[in-house]
Design a protein around this ligand. Sequence first.
Ligand code: UDP
Length: 311
Amino acid sequence: MNILITGGSGFIGSHLSEKLLINGENKLFLLDNLLTGNINNIAHLEKDRVIFIEHDVQDHIEIDEKIDFVFHFASAASPVAYTEHPVNTLKAGSIGTINTLGLAKKHNAEYFLASTSEVYGDPLITPQTEEYWGNVNPNGERSMYDEAKRFAEAATATYARTYNIKTKIVRIFNTYGPRMQLNDGRVVTNLIVQALNNEDITIYGDGSQTRSFSYVDDTVAGILALMESDKYDVFNIGNPNEMSIKELSSVILKLTESKSKLIYKDLPNDDPKQRKPDITKAKENLNWEPKVDLESGLTLTIDWIKKELAK
Ligand code: UDP
């Protein structure tokens, strides 16, 4: 298959590309504006089956060869990154989704949208099932991301109904692992870098807010399971192992054998208090579930970050 991946040189996009090259005779068209993606993430991939296109999804996309499958993953995705690039984030989720859907329509390709647990906002129910419609501040400080992704889901569903495009949507919950950007402000990278440098560990708020962290290999396995399935539907993919940010910090301090102390900073506005995926639907329909426990995943991530810091 000829597969287009927007955000192909990003964190999840690059891991997905790696697996798609192993799994079959695929040829990949990796489109990225390199705003938060990094060309080094894909430097190791087989050159004759990978075409890199530096392009922003908010601009019209033309691919001369026939495309069979479109993954739309392009977007800034960390709170720090989308706050730094608010309009680009808004356009990647809105105009970028319309452009990639238009391309899928023209090529008669299947379409796969990377959505996010952020569509649930600050959820009032837990765990979050796919049926939950969310609790989102439509004009809050995260809205350029949350609402753009909600629009992206609406656009995907509308194109599917109107033009009979075969579409799938994955709602990705907090994913971590090698090739995350070390400076994009996410909790896993921030805390590991701080712990390794024996700097203060920054806890926002009182650290009682929860997240559920999925190792990137598990997330990508879920994405591939959905890709290969005959389900044209919405699925949560994540690890239901929920913990508070304070609990996460003690695991990281233990694994890095760090002497860092915790310091408390203001909780950002609209920071969700809890987040935990209900993955029953994915387990039953995709025969997928996460396999990597937190300590193993963090150990792999810490080893990678140590190497990055030593560069
Ligand atoms: N957080 C923190 N310290 C940091 C970075 C983040 O306490 O140095 C908190 C943040 O307030 C949020 C959680 O960790 O409650 C996860 O933040 P992240 O930016 O990783 O992603 P989010 O799940 O909010 O999109």
